[in-house]
Design a protein around this ligand. Structure first.
Ligand code: DAT
Ligand code: MG
Length: 138
């Protein structure tokens, strides 16, 4: 049964001109795009999205980075979408990411790591709802 995950192409990957390359990999891996938009988060919105990390030492730099430029936000559908997408993007730190993963190919470091992927079905729903109304999902 197909399920949903939520992704962002982060400001570093947008700045590097990798939107198309990353979308092609998502496409090739068999995900259906259920929603998509191009936008810039405010610091307040980035802080809210990553509120679960508010106690971590890297939170201020994470919020500054994620509000530093436009992102592509999308909801993706596939069988076992959350786990399948985490496999496609690779480890949080690109130095640990498997060959051929999005982060191995396009991320510079653990802080600026090209893409976001939800970590559970529950968070995928919360994150998709943060960005998209029901009118924007297909
Ligand atoms: P992931 O994005 O793989 O789910 P996470 O949820 O643990 O990783 O962290 C969210 C983001 O926070 C991550 O994509 C980049 C940033 N981050 C995580 N660990 C970090 C660290 N040690 N130093 C700097 N930024 C970090
Ligand atoms: Mg995470």
């Amino acid at each position: 049964m197909s399920t949903l995950t939520f992704t962002m192409i982060k400001p570093d990957a947008v700045r590097a001109g990798n939107i198309g390359n990353i979308l092609a990999m998502i496409n090739q891996a068999g995900f259906r795009i259920a929603a998509m938009k191009y936008l810039k988060l405010s610091e307040q919105q980035a802080g809210q999205f990553y509120a679960v990390h508010a106690h971590r030492p890297f939170y201020p730099e994470l919020v500054a980075f994620m509000s530093s430029g436009p992102i592509v936000a999308a909801v993706l559908e596939k069988e076992d979408a959350v786990a399948s997408f985490r496999t496609l993007i690779g480890a949080t730190n690109p130095a640990d990411a498997a060959e051929g993963t999005i982060r191995k190919l396009y991320a510079a470091n653990v802080g600026e790591n090209a893409v976001h992927g939800s970590d559970s079905d529950e968070n995928a729903q919360i994150e998709a709802n943060f960005f998209f109304s029901s009118l924007e999902r297909f």
